[in-house]
Design a protein around this ligand. Structure first.
Ligand SMILES: *Cc1c(COP(=O)(O)O)cnc(C)c1O
Length: 215
């Protein structure tokens, strides 16, 4: 039994749900799959590499965690989106491995919007430096689709809302400066089990939900 049916009802049709599976056993993932869902997310490369071959091939896997460059080649052949691009080095490595697979990989730039020091992510200056470099313009095998961020883990929903607004503002700024003519740059991935309703109110287009579905 999962809470998938209750959660999916609360998500507007134009917001994409990534069901985050982490330690959930494959047979439980299959309950959600059999309910018709196809978009799943993992935050550990090892877990994704292990799961991909034993679960149905039409699952669209989103990678959502910190990704080491030496793991990119294992997920590049099949990953549907890498939401957690937090360095130029990583983006270049994704491009290189996608090229080897003869494909283009959709990616999001991850931004640091939380108060905690521990969360990975770029700031606007770092992103601007990447996007305005000649090296970036030469990348043919990555497709930037938007931004991703995690709010501070807190019950203070005013703080969470402020952080989501910050991500939306970053998205708007990049859209205007760097992606004005690109309709593909349109995703704002924000919102998890504890804060997805606030995230949707603040303009999220992708929510990543695990524990609210599987506990
Ligand atoms: C685990 C995780 C989620 C889902 O968190 P829940 O609170 O279980 O919904 C979303 N995004 C990232 C990056 C995660 O690591």
């Amino acid at each position: 039994m999962t809470h998938f049916q209750e959660i999916i009802k609360k998500i507007p049709a134009d917001v994409k749900l990534v069901v985050v599976t982490k330690t959930v056993p494959p047979e439980v993932i299959m309950d959600v799959y059999n309910a018709g869902h196809r978009r799943f997310g993992e935050n550990k490369a090892q877990q994704l590499i292990a799961r991909h071959p034993v679960l149905p091939p039409d699952i669209q896997w989103h990678f959502i965690g910190h990704l080491q460059t030496n793991k990119v080649r294992f997920i590049a052949p099949f990953v549907s989106m890498i939401e957690s691009v937090d360095s130029f080095k990583l983006l270049k490595e994704i491009n290189k491995e996608a090229d080897k697979c003869g494909r283009s990989i959709p990616c999001l730039l991850q931004f640091h919007i939380a108060e905690e020091e521990t969360k990975y992510g770029l700031d606007l200056q770092e992103a601007a430096a990447i996007l305005e470099s000649a090296d970036f313009k030469a990348l043919k095998n990555v497709s930037l689709r938007g931004v991703m961020g995690m709010a501070t883990f807190t019950d203070d929903m005013d703080q969470v809302r402020t952080e989501f607004r910050k991500l939306k503002l970053i998205f708007n700024t990049l859209k205007e400066r760097n992606f004005a003519g690109d309709p593909g740059f349109r995703e704002i991935s924000m919102g998890m089990s504890g804060d997805y309703e606030v995230a949707i109110e603040e303009g999220s287009t992708i929510v990543r939900i695990g524990s609210a579905i599987f506990s």
